[in-house]
Ligand binder design. Structure first.
Ligand code: NAD
Length: 262
């Protein structure tokens, strides 16, 4: 692949949390970064933290809306001349039990994560294929794509959908030199803004603990006894996009301090 310092990254949901950490790491390695998120002002503010508009731009793009995705990708190409790395990170977790999950909940989770990541991957892959320079597509899936737990049925189903998208796209895009990999984080509660959306409160209730103890709770159930931070997920995205992983596609990398094996 092209060296990271010459590459252009399109990161969805990058105004906060894990996406912001990914955008920050890729920018620190010299890549030009497009911060795509729901709210234009927040996306632009996050991009401004990364540098001038020569190296980072913020765009509004609801990933569940194909016209918006196409417009954002067009703007990205206009700004930087192409796209080399695509990170499907945008998401939300309603964290509800089976009987609390409504049809609207199911549709929202699937619109953003199953459909949204497909729309981004499909439209970005068109650009990558036409450029004939290979590229990387990385999905931020979840431990929940593989492991079952309580109170997360709609969310987890979309994560399993994303995991299979990774395998299907790896198969379809491999001949174009495009690698498609997934990352399965777990328990990233600090610095991500997810407490505000109710995710933390619901999870804490499920485990019968206080919300502020969630980070420690997750750390204790890992093999490494470590809290997983957004930066740890960003490190894995960076690694997958370097030449060290030039022959790896269709892989899912756990970034969970070992909880999935515990
Ligand atoms: P977050 O809420 O801090 O960030 C998610 C971002 O996605 C927000 O900026 C939000 O505005 C954006 N977004 C939501 N809907 C969107 C849409 N339709 N279009 C564009 N942007 C949209 O949450 P986070 O924890 O950083 O989550 C990022 C990703 O990581 C999600 O896909 C999530 O499922 C996944 N993940 C998180 C954890 C964790 O423990 N936090 C674990 C596994 C997987």
């Amino acid at each position: 692949p092209k060296p990271l310092a010459t590459r252009i990254a399109f990161v969805t949901g990058a105004a906060s949390g894990i996406g912001k950490a990914i955008a920050t790491r890729l920018a620190a390695e010299g890549a030009c970064v497009v911060v795509a998120d729901l709210d234009l002002a927040k996306a632009q503010a996050a991009a401004a933290e990364l540098g001038s508009t020569d190296v980072a731009v913020g765009l509004a793009a609801n990933v569940a809306d194909e016209a918006a995705v196409q417009a954002a990708l067009r703007e990205a190409v206009l700004a930087f001349g192409g796209v080399d790395i695509v990170v499907n990170n945008a998401g939300l977790s309603l964290s509800k039990s089976l009987f609390d999950t409504t049809e609207a909940d199911w549709d929202l989770q699937h619109d953003v994560m199953a459909k949204g990541s497909f729309l981004v991957a499909k439209n970005a892959a068109r650009i990558l294929v036409d450029q004939k320079l290979g590229g990387d597509i990385v999905y931020i899936s979840s431990k929940n794509s593989v492991f079952a737990g309580p109170n997360n049925i709609a969310y987890s189903a979309t994560k399993a959908d994303q995991a299979h998208q990774v395998r299907l796209l790896a198969a379809e895009l491999g001949e174009h030199g495009i690698k498609v990999n997934g990352i399965n984080p777990d328990g990233v509660v600090r610095g991500s803004g997810i407490f505000a959306s109710g995710w933390g409160a619901n999870r804490a209730k499920t485990y019968g603990i206080e919300e502020q103890d969630l980070g420690k709770f997750y750390a204790q159930r890992t093999l490494l006894k470590r809290e997983v931070l957004p930066e740890h997920v960003a490190n894995a995205v960076y690694a997958l996009c370097t030449s060290d992983f030039s022959h790896t596609t269709g892989l899912h990398v756990p970034v969970d301090a070992g909880v999935a094996q515990a």
